[in-house]
Ligand binder design. Structure first.
Ligand code: MG
Length: 390
């Protein structure tokens, strides 16, 4: 079997406006990668682009990476990963190029699974057939008050979620908050209101479940140290990416001061060696790689094993389309050290509207790992086509 083409598919869906600590989102985008073979089997992957123009990722996939693997046997995934990596190492071992390598890697695993007649998690040696998930939401939005956040929380609890994550940190008046560099501070709140938002969600959850808050690295370290006591009193259990992962000294101090709140991170880190360095520095409790950004299934397999070696838990970051979520479920299913995975609850048609069979879950919001060969999903191309921008 030989790879005959590697193509990028760009998708865009206008969504209700929402924001986290740093950015405002008006449309959801996805960059799928389609790898075709001479046997007729094709694979789909997703490169996570963190808001980059999709057209740039398209050029990276089709003009920079494709030539490294066209004509090769798609079953030799680790060989192909190393080829893409080393041919582009000066400009590509991190950033968008690594995101695109991740997307191609996922598509290659999809091909391998389809050819073998097994889901990717079975190919890798499955540990679980269900993955616990937390509700990821609690964004800021135009006109959304604490009451709006409470209604949203009630919806998640009724659905069966035990654990919930909300966004905090969009406080331009807080000194050195990086949101001030973004040029858009719409729907921001005062620091005190963020603490009340955490308290309100915790009150609805009662004594049960884990409550997480995500700052998206907007704050300086001293602000997080200052807030540690408020976070503890408000009933927070997990804090995600409070500052940039590059500030290891800041993170060490934060982790110490935050205990028993667990530190989660860092979705923007790429590659097993970079994750391993951070695990060795002991600057997180829960390791949070992104399958479409940090190196694909091949690299996340290694990051998961490294995490086990450092006695860390793994919770995959997932904020993409159905392809991203399926790949994350497949990989999580073969790790023995997974914590609840991110299940985004914002309206996202790219995740919920373009599959023939939607993702299934039990009454406690554990997601069943899809069992069809490869990623385990069937894309409804009639629904996906109208969303294509290329
Ligand atoms: Mg995050």
């Amino acid at each position: 079997m030989k790879i005959t083409s590697v193509k990028a598919i760009g998708l865009r869906w206008e969504c209700p406006v929402m924001s986290d600590a740093m950015s405002v989102c008006k449309a959801r985008q996805a960059l799928w990668v389609k790898v075709e073979t001479d046997s007729g089997v094709y694979g789909i992957g997703e490169a996570f682009c963190y808001g980059s123009p999709l057209i740039i990722a398209r050029h990276i996939v089709e003009d920079q990476l494709a030539s490294a693997i066209i004509g090769e046997n798609p079953e030799n995934i680790q060989w192909l990963w190393q080829k893409m990596y080393w041919k582009n190492v000066p400009n590509g071992r991190t950033g968008l190029v690594m995101g695109c390598i991740s997307g191609i890697d996922i598509a290659l695993w999809d091909i391998l699974g389809k050819t073998a007649g097994l889901s990717i998690s079975k190919l890798l040696g499955r540990h679980s057939d269900r993955i616990p998930a937390y509700a990821s939401g609690g964004f800021y939005a135009p006109g959304k008050s604490i009451d709006g956040l409470k209604q949203e929380t009630e919806k998640y609890l009724e659905k069966g979620y035990k654990d919930i994550k909300i966004k905090i940190g969009r406080n331009p008046k807080l000194e050195r908050n990086a949101v001030n560099y973004t040029g858009n501070t719409d729907f921001s709140v005062a620091y005190e209101e963020d603490i009340r938002r955490i308290e309100a969600v915790r009150r609805l959850m009662g004594n049960k479940g884990r409550l997480a808050a995500d700052i998206n690295a907007a704050w300086p370290a001293n602000a997080v140290l200052f807030a540690a006591r408020d976070f503890k009193e408000a009933g927070l259990n997990w804090l995600e990416e409070p500052i940039l992962f590059e500030d290891e000294e800041g993170l060490k101090q934060i982790r110490e001061k935050l205990s028993p709140i667990l530190l989660m991170g860092y979705e923007t880190v790429q590659g097993c060696q970079n994750f391993t360095r951070l695990m060795k520095a002991n600057v997180m409790d829960i390791v949070q790689p992104d399958i479409g950004w940090s190196g694909g299934i091949s690299e996340l397999k290694k990051i998961g094993l490294a995490a086990e070696g450092f006695s860390k838990l793994v919770s995959l970051h997932s904020f993409g389309s159905c392809v991203h979520f399926a790949a994350s479920l497949q990989l999580s299913a073969c790790l023995p050290n997974v914590e609840a995975m991110e299940s985004e609850e914002n309206e996202n048609f790219l995740k919920t509207g373009v599959l023939k069979t939607p993702f299934e879950y039990d009454k406690d919001m554990n997601f069943y790992v899809p069992d069809l060969p490869g990623l385990g999903i069937e894309i409804d191309w009639d629904k996906a086509e109208p969303l294509r921008v290329f």
